[in-house]
Design a protein around this ligand. Structure first.
Ligand code: AMP
Length: 222
């Protein structure tokens, strides 16, 4: 399986990527996660990326492409991958195409998680992450059950908000998605790789749609 999960921030790419990892045994490659890790380790790359991330802008292509090149060269990516949050613009998509053509492993599908803007906003402003175990909650739609969490993870949920999930940054992230990432819908439609999935449903239902979409023939999106 060599796929891209495409969608606005808050469309559920990370959650669905984790389900795909479990089902297909291929790694999730999330540029957002890789960048956040570099920021928290204080590496030169992380220091370079931090201000763009905190303000909801894209990190420069050279940095992100270097990171992706390195990650795709690791042994576990030889059997396939789920790209989550990459590519984010046409230049990155073109670079990815060249990179994968060089490896003789082209993309098999690009799955668009389609969601209304109002729902995206609510998902992002409500998103909270348990600082201890990384589990993702939403204070509006899936708040933590303290007792259940303690039983499952052995600790109380300690909820934090990603700095870029703050309301003032979310607007910028959605604007960046519209201007830079949305054109990929046309790009991958033309490449006959795009499949569109309705992401406004329960997690398991969306997952089933993704599985069906990956098997089905490509369709065009508006
Ligand atoms: P995400 O977790 O995918 O929403 O990414 C969080 C932030 O990391 C984004 O708002 C960007 O600042 C940065 N980022 C993640 N992926 C990319 C990418 N492919 N290109 C540029 N910046 C990225």
């Amino acid at each position: 399986m060599r796929i891209v999960l495409l969608g606005a921030p808050g469309s559920g790419k990370g959650t669905q990527a984790q389900l795909l990892v479990k089902a297909y045994g291929v790694p999730q490659i999330s540029t957002g996660d890789l960048l956040r890790e570099a920021v928290s380790r204080g590496t030169p790359l992380g220091l370079r990326a931090k201000s763009a991330m905190d303000s909801g802008k894209l990190v420069d292509d050279a940095t992100v492409l270097g990171m992706i090149r390195e990650r795709l060269a690791q042994a576990d990516a030889a059997k396939g991958f789920i790209l989550d949050g990459f590519p984010r613009n046409i230049a990155q998509a073109e670079a990815l195409e060249t990179l994968l053509a060089g490896l003789g492993k082209p993309l098999e599908a690009v799955v668009l998680l389609n969601l209304d803007l109002g729902i995206l906003f609510k998902r992002l402003t409500g998103r909270r992450i348990c600082q201890t175990c990384g589990q993702v909650f939403n204070i509006f739609t899936s708040p933590p059950d303290t007792a259940a969490h303690r039983q499952k993870c052995g600790h109380e949920p300690v909820l934090i908000q990603r700095p870029d999930d703050k309301e003032e940054v979310i607007g910028k992230r959605l604007e960046v998605y519209d201007a830079q990432t949305k054109p990929l819908i046309k790009y991958y439609t033309a490449a006959k790789l795009l499949r569109v999935v309705d992401a406004d449903a329960e997690m398991g239902v969306v997952f089933k749609s993704i599985q069906d979409a990956v098997r089905a023939a490509p369709v065009n999106a508006a």
